[in-house]
Every structure is written in C-alpha cells, then in structure tokens.
Design a protein. Structure first.
Length: 148
C-alpha cells in the first residue's frame, strides 16, 4: 500500500518514485501555471524490459497536457529512455523508442495531432539512481517551430 496515494504502487521497491518526481507538475496542472511544460516536464515510469507503465494512474495528467498544448499552440516533446544496467544497447534503444511511441499513442488518443508530437529515444542511460528511475518517458511542452 502506498502512503502517498493510498493505492498499490509498482515502482520496483521505490514506492514514492512517481509521486515525488511529478509533484511540481501536478500542482502546476491544478493551479494553471503559465510555465507548465516549458520548465517542468512530466515523467512516466515503466516496468523493466517493457513499455508498460509501473502504474497506469500516471496517464491521468496527459489529457491536461494535451489541453494546454492545444490552448497555447505548442508541440509535445516525448523522450523515452531505458536503464543501461540491463539489456543490450540495441534492446535498450528499441525499448526507449517503444516507450516514446506508447506515450505518443496515448497523447494522440486524447486528441493531440501527431504532427505536433516530437519523439526522441535515448536508449540505455545511467543518469539517475536508483536504476529504475532511468526507465521513463519525459513529456514536455515545446514551442512549435514553423517549417520553411
């Protein structure tokens, strides 16, 4: 049982993982902050070797992000990552692509145009501890750059 959300979290032994990382963006979504998405990314965490989220409740704020992107005429940048401690480089690259694709599909299902979603896959990284924190997608609003 998670003390932060009163539900069962599946964060590989790091119960507060998705709560602490996203607390500031959740407050910004609730309060309608003008800087939302520009300086505060939203992070979704994934199970090891999968593109399944550790907790599907992480999807609940995606509709607000889509709404803000449309209101502000902005794009959404989705960056997928895997942890470099497990899997091969090619597997981790594919996994980070699958994670970014999964989040992109969720955004499209919520009404975001695929033309305004930018995807990036980092492959295996070792930026954060514990290792499980490297299995993520970062979702952030970005300005739309007109094409010539």
């Amino acid at each position: 049982q998670c003390s932060d959300c009163s539900s069962k979290c599946a964060t590989d032994g790091n119960c507060g993982q998705h709560h602490t990382k996203n607390e500031s963006i959740k407050q910004a979504l609730v309060n309608g902050s003008d800087t939302l998405g520009l300086s505060i990314p939203y992070i979704c965490y994934f199970k090891i070797n999968m593109h399944n989220l550790t907790d599907n409740s992480q999807l609940e704020y995606l509709s607000e992000i889509v709404k803000l992107a449309k209101e502000r005429n902005m794009a959404i940048h989705v960056i997928g990552a895997a942890d470099s401690a497990t899997g091969t480089a090619s597997l981790n690259q594919r996994l980070s692509e699958d994670r970014a694709d999964y989040i992109s599909e969720q955004l499209i299902a919520l009404g975001m145009s695929s033309n305004h979603i930018e995807l990036q896959a980092l492959g295996g990284i070792e930026e954060f501890t514990p290792i499980a924190n490297n299995r993520y997608c970062k979702i952030q609003l970005v300005p739309i750059i007109p094409s010539d």
